[in-house]
Design a binder for this molecule. Structure first.
Ligand SMILES: NC(=O)c1ccc[n+]([C@@H]2O[C@H](COP(=O)([O-])OP(=O)(O)OC[C@H]3O[C@@H](n4cnc5c(N)ncnc54)[C@H](OP(=O)(O)O)[C@@H]3O)[C@@H](O)[C@H]2O)c1
Length: 351
């Protein structure tokens, strides 16, 4: 077959869907029709993609007629219900939700790390990793290829847009309620100012950090922390990799940051690590503390690469590196990686 494949974007109105449409408008246009889909609430809205206004369709079986590849940017339960309906019609689904990531018959793909995995799709579905894992894994994958990864200990500093539009609206509302005052000086003053409705977060996020993301799992771990562990193992093909993650929400709109302690098989050198990071596709090494140069979310937001700074060898372990990593959670952390996977699959339609 050699033709331009038809694409559907399901969840086109959401936080990830909005960035997806921007990326589809910026990348080389390999697509035939692009169909936009969301809930019945959004049916009839017009959204811009590739410079044209396209009407949003309500999700239903008929929207998949004639579609080759569908990108799903919808809640887990919507993906779980509708992805099999799309694949039954011969559509290849690239899914951004957590519904299929750990299914052994669904590859979990990061094109810079394991592109080959996208070709084997027993269920017709390719899963996109979660944004926290994706914000570090391109850099970690490059280091693993050279040094052989043994252990990851990470702390995340996660942006509110990781919790969707609701997360962004919550932080902006709280910022307007706390601005200009003397808050943050006595217990509970920020809580009283923002009120009881803390949106998708269990505590105020303005003027605060919240050591929680996701839902409660066994033994006090959060779902987000388990995803970092399970998904890193699956992407890197290291089922016994030791991983400990602590996920924290910070008052940043978009771009997740992580501190990473990565332990390898053998001794590492900072010089070789820097060479690898400076040349790895999709990674930018930005690391000159003497000049005040290290990545911050305010500078990284809106960009595609994984930015790495503060590269150091662990003081007490010559086999370990310490890194600070930033990645836009809506671009590489979600929409960009999904589009890259779709482009890999689309290449199968044109050869
Ligand atoms: N935000 C991130 O950083 C991030 C990163 C990686 C993965 N993800 C995952 O990507 C998915 C989308 O996240 P998001 O942050 O973009 O969420 P969001 O901003 O809340 O958007 C949700 C989207 O899903 C649509 N939707 C909701 N219920 C639907 C239904 N019953 N039928 C059809 N469409 C429905 C919404 O349409 P309406 O506008 O019509 O309601 C909207 O387009 C989630 O699975 C999320 O976990 C998010």
């Amino acid at each position: 077959m050699s033709r331009k494949p038809t694409l559907a974007v399901v969840g086109a109105t959401g936080a990830v869907g909005t960035v997806m449409l921007q990326i589809l408008s910026q990348h080389a246009d390999i697509w035939g029709e692009i169909r936009l889909v969301a809930s019945p609430r959004s049916a009839g809205r017009k959204l811009a993609v590739r410079g044209a206004e396209v009407e949003v369709l309500a999700l239903g079986e008929e929207v998949f007629d004639g579609v080759d590849i569908a990108l799903f940017d919808v809640p887990d339960d919507v993906s779980a219900q509708w992805a099999p309906i799309a694949t039954a019609k011969g559509v290849v689904v690239v899914d951004n939700s957590a519904a299929f990531r750990m299914d052994p018959d669904v590859p979990l793909v990061v094109p810079e790390v394991n592109p080959h995995a996208a070709r084997v799709r027993p269920r017709g579905i390719v899963a996109n990793p979660n944004c926290t894992t994706l914000s570090m894994i391109v850099a970690i994958g490059a280091l693993h290829a050279e040094f052989g990864l043994r252990e990851l200990i990470v702390s995340s500093y996660q942006a509110v847009s990781g919790a969707g539009r609701d997360g962004v609206d919550t932080l902006r509302r709280q910022l307007s309620l706390v601005a200009g005052g003397e808050l943050g000086t006595s217990p509970g003053d920020v809580r009283r100012a923002v009120g009881d409705d803390t949106g998708p977060f269990p505590a105020p996020v303005a003027l605060n950090v919240v050591p929680w993301a996701g839902s409660l799992k066994d033994d006090g771990w959060s779902s987000e922390e388990m995803k970092v562990r399970d998904e890193s193992r699956k992407i890197l093909g290291l089922p016994a990799l030791r991983v400990a993650a602590t996920c924290v929400r910070v008052p940043v709109i978009t771009t997740h940051s992580l501190t990473v302690h990565a332990r390898f098989e053998d001794e590492v050198t900072v010089d070789r690590a820097r060479e690898i990071l400076a040349t790895a596709p999709g990674v930018v090494l930005f690391d000159d503390p003497a000049a005040g140069e290290f990545p911050t979310p305010a500078d990284v937001v809106g960009t595609d690469p994984t930015w790495v700074g503060r590269v150091r060898r662990a003081l007490d372990d010559p086999t370990a590196l310490e890194l600070f990593v930033c990645g836009d959670n809506l671009r590489k952390g979600a929409a960009l990686n999904t589009v890259q996977i779709a482009e890999l699959v689309a290449a199968e339609f044109t050869v």
